[in-house]
Design a protein. Structure first.
Length: 175
């Protein structure tokens, strides 16, 4: 039997083993007013209520030992680490696998180019005015293809000038 540590470990109730006498004791302590509590000897075999462990039957103990970790999904196994093939290790690939790998890389590059976020929204308009190759004319307002959602209705004979809009605003009533 080895001797106990110099700084004894205490239980939840404060009981420790005296290193000199190997008896269970509650060591002396200091009260808030400065006085000292005396050391208390504990009878052999006595276990205070704070130190009593919860009873667990053999089946409960066995179930706790074989329990799955919290959040574990039954039947799920993590993917193997070697499943992701690095592009550098193409030596063991067949001709078709190498071809498919190149296609996948090209698709990924194309996708990354398309996902670029512009720093300034004005850049989009400048590119189209500078001779950009845009074929999209849905939101464009021209005389041949008017966009009635963006332009005022001039077919009804109303003035499209600022004075006409000011007259319309004057007529509106706010309730």
């Amino acid at each position: 039997m080895s001797k106990p540590a110099i700084v004894p470990e205490t239980t939840a109730s404060g009981i420790a083993v005296d290193p000199r006498t190997l008896e269970r004791i509650i060591p002396e302590s200091r009260r808030p007013d400065g006085s000292v509590r005396k050391q208390i000897k504990i009878r052999p075999g006595y276990t205070p209520q704070e130190d009593v462990r919860r009873f667990r039957g053999t089946r409960q103990t066995q179930a706790d030992a074989t329990a799955l970790p919290k959040g574990h999904i039954i039947g799920w196994t993590p993917p193997p680490q070697a499943a992701a093939v690095a592009p550098a290790s193409k030596a063991g690939m067949s001709k078709a696998q190498k071809k498919n790998e190149k296609r996948k890389e090209k698709r990924k590059e194309k996708r990354d180019e398309g996902e670029k976020v512009k720093d300034n929204w004005d850049d989009e308009d400048e590119g189209e005015a500078a001779g950009g190759t845009t074929t999209k004319t849905e939101g464009v307002h021209t005389e041949e293809q008017p966009n009635w959602a963006a332009a005022p209705d001039t077919k009804k004979g109303e003035a499209a000038s600022a004075d006409g809009l000011a007259d319309k605003l004057d007529k509106l009533e706010v309730r």
